[in-house]
Design a protein around this ligand. Structure first.
Ligand SMILES: *Cc1c(COP(=O)(O)O)cnc(C)c1O
Length: 398
């Protein structure tokens, strides 16, 4: 019954053909971790090879003039257009998410010099919390914590005040997959004169984002999850154009400066979004990411979201049927959840190694969660079913 349904869903999937563009892993039965590390596209491997054997090996230093120097900004614009709803000139690709977040929080604090409170959620991804803790200690700021549970506008409003400098939140929660109301929360923060930084790591490439329309100040996000940029692919930072003249970030490196090759005496921030850069970006990773972003653009983020909803709907239906003892930790209402589904069960930790051994690869989130990251361009409905059937089989043998 469900088996037929998976095949029917795959047959009707307008994005099904994209799956063949990803490199196969013959021992993998179900890859359900596309939100931790996206699968590689053949075009990315080709770009990586070409970048290494031609641009690096043959063109050598001349490649900086062939486009490498502009790549952080030109690729930023491609991500902005494909997935962020942002006009050009506001997005740059460079460091890790962690480092870019640090730079943005420090830069945002400096834009609100008379304020000393930062708002952060206890359920947020560890790096985001740790970066905020470090900055609070460094700058003598106070952290105000949103308690465990959904990051609702009310929960944020309860902590906002005239001392709030910056609110740092994830658009889609890394564990539950719940979606935060970006425009509503951003507007509430603006009402008290605060700035908001959105971490888009779990929404970019899976969910239609409208940074300009939502009046977002600053944002950062990961490119190796749904964007499939590859392990360690650098993150992107968005700064709304209205802040660009004023913003100053703390890691003043030469490549973010006004005239990198003038080698002058003092630092002056570079023009526009370039000033968010610090040192030399990982060019080969940027080259691999480019065609992956173009693939998202070609598929269309609205169609990707439609498939994402259908995949998570399918996973939840199968879990209801085959894993009746597991508890759904993700919102049942598709409008409130992103591209992954988390289920809790006390025996999940014990079965994880067995699942990985048989080529069924979800990930585990402490203490009891199995997280199914369903990357729309590379995941089939049949694959979701195989994965959930394997989980049910392993559970029955504990
Ligand atoms: C994946 C993820 C990160 C990753 O940070 P890195 O510096 O790339 O390791 C950061 N924040 C969130 C919310 C994430 O989901």
């Amino acid at each position: 019954m469900t088996g037929m349904q998976s095949n029917t869903l795959d047959a009707a999937d307008p994005l099904a053909a994209f799956r063949a563009r990803f490199i196969e892993a013959p021992d993998v039965v179900a890859y359900l971790d596309g939100n931790s590390l996206g699968r590689p596209l053949q075009v990315s491997i080709d770009a990586l090879t070409e970048g290494a054997t031609t641009a690096w090996a043959q063109r050598l230093i001349r490649s900086w003039d062939d486009g490498w120097i502009e790549l952080p900004v030109t690729l930023g614009d491609r991500i902005a257009e494909a997935a962020l709803g942002a006009a050009p000139g506001q997005t740059v690709v460079g460091d890790s998410t962690t480092v870019l977040l640090y730079k943005q929080v420090r830069a945002a604090l400096a834009l609100r010099p008379d304020r000393d409170e930062l708002i952060v959620a206890v359920d947020d991804f560890p790096t985001d919390r740790y970066v905020l803790e470090g900055i609070a200690a460094e700058r003598g700021a106070t952290l105000r914590w949103i308690p465990s549970g959904d990051v609702s506008p009310d929960a944020v409003a309860a902590l906002l005040g005239t001392r709030t400098a910056v609110v740092v939140l994830s658009h889609i929660a890394y564990r539950s997959g719940a979606i935060a109301d970006v425009p509503a929360i951003t507007a509430l923060a603006h009402d008290v004169g605060a700035l908001v930084i959105w971490d888009l790591s779990h929404s970019v490439g899976a969910f239609p984002i409208q940074l300009d329309e939502w009046d977002v100040d600053l944002a950062v996000g990961c490119s190796y999850k749904y964007l499939c940029g590859g392990p360690g692919a650098p993150a992107f930072a968005y700064v709304a154009s209205r802040h660009l003249d004023e913003i100053r970030q703390p890691i003043q490196g030469w490549l973010g400066g006004a005239e990198p090759f003038a080698m002058g005496p003092g630092y002056r921030p570079g023009p526009g979004i370039r000033r968010m850069l610090s040192g030399t970006p990982p060019i080969l990773s940027l080259l691999a990411l480019g065609p992956a972003v173009d693939t998202v653009a070609e598929a269309g983020i609205e169609r990707i979201r439609e498939k994402s909803i259908a995949l998570t709907e399918h996973a939840i239906g199968l879990a209801d049927e085959l894993l009746p003892d597991a508890i759904l930790a993700t919102p049942r209402d598709a409008r409130r959840r992103g591209g992954h589904v988390t289920l809790d069960h006390p025996d999940f930790e014990a079965i994880m190694p067995k699942l990985w051994e048989r080529g069924v690869i979800p990930d585990f989130r402490r203490p009891t969660g199995i997280r199914l990251g369903l990357s729309p361009l590379s995941t089939s409905f049949a694959e979701v079913e195989s994965g959930i059937r394997a989980i049910a089989e392993e559970l029955s043998e504990v």
